[in-house]
Design a protein around this ligand. Sequence first.
Ligand SMILES: Cc1cc2nc3c(=O)[nH]c(=O)nc-3n(C[C@H](O)[C@H](O)[C@H](O)COP(=O)(O)OP(=O)(O)OC[C@H]3O[C@@H](n4cnc5c(N)ncnc54)[C@H](O)[C@@H]3O)c2cc1C
Length: 376
Amino acid sequence: MTTPESFRAEVRAWLAGAPRPAGLHDYGPTPTPDDIDAGRAWQGMLAEAGYACLHWPAEHGGREASVAEQAAFAEECALADVPRQFHLVGPDLAGPVLMAFGSSAQKESLLEPIRTGEHLWCQLFSEPGAGSDLAAVRTKAVAVADGWVIDGQKVWTSGAADAQYGLLLARSGGPGHGGLSAFVVPMDADGITVRPLQQMNGESKFNEVFFDGLHLSTDALLGEEGAGWAVATATLGRERLSLGANAVGMLKALEEIVTEAGQRGRLDDHLRLEVVDAWLGVWLLRSTWERAIAEGAPPGGPPFSVLKMISTHTYQAIGDLGMEALGLDALASEHDEPLVDRMLVAHAQTILGGTTEIQRNILGERILGLPREPRA
Ligand SMILES: Cc1cc2nc3c(=O)[nH]c(=O)nc-3n(C[C@H](O)[C@H](O)[C@H](O)COP(=O)(O)OP(=O)(O)OC[C@H]3O[C@@H](n4cnc5c(N)ncnc54)[C@H](O)[C@@H]3O)c2cc1C
């Protein structure tokens, strides 16, 4: 019988022997355009070895892996400096909602190319006026005789410039949750314009996406009309499953900070204490992660909100420590200096996957029983 420990050992041995596509490195949940070829080839290798879409049911090529096995896999990949999958949206979001809400034809044609890396997906949810308050989505889906016409704008869409498909949340009815529907969008269709946004670390993972009279056929609807909210929330928080694996990169960064600071004669009492504090934060993150997994906490639940907060705080503290280690050299560095890049990327942690303020609301209201925030 496979245990999480024996699975970890098996994965470690496989990772040690697997050839690496040229240029492959652990680029995080979304590849940059430069990472696409290596990431896609890597996903193909994972699929062949039985390590792609671990959590998917066997009938769709998955392994029905437990949360503990998925966590062990994420951590071993981080240790080996490879991504645990080509990208996040297809395997973790689109795949599971296609299985839960999709028609037989949608499942038949769309699931396997996600597993093998042929298709990259993007998540077309956030808009200029709808992020934390996702129910405020305004992109319109109007029913016509042979399908739907979509008009509106999305923003912060990771991977849209390279994606073959998008999972779209649009308003097909009245205001609020009940007026939303979900659609499968072929990203090369007429009526879609993707405009990359440059981040402060120089990468362009994000995009604005404009829909101008995009025509979708009837079978682009995912689930029932009006089921968009159920689709959008079905996999909420799944990305938090692998949060504890961030500890690997954080420990590597702390080692780098000590080396850089030492070389510059900046490893003074203050910095030493700060490094120890950050190191404690990393172990708190990892232990809390292990406990949440052992207790079987759902990834969207409060223990994972705690984890999100610890991860964000520690990630950003280490980013700032890197700047203290580099001193004035940090100002003169290009963003390809790893510690500078880490500090810049750390800022996004407060926002992605549910903002810090929203996590505080969840914990305050659901765990501490504090008065609910005023709602309109
Ligand atoms: C790295 C990264 C990748 C992303 N990828 C995608 C993607 O692929 N697809 C996609 O659709 N979106 C994506 N997003 C967008 C992300 O989902 C949103 O940025 C997030 O939901 C916050 O929404 P917003 O930016 O509109 O900010 P807002 O929701 O407008 O929030 C602005 C500020 O107000 C605070 N705030 C909002 N509501 C409350 C409240 N009720 N109480 C207290 N404070 C509040 C927030 O915490 C924040 O500080 C990504 C974001 C990041 C950083």
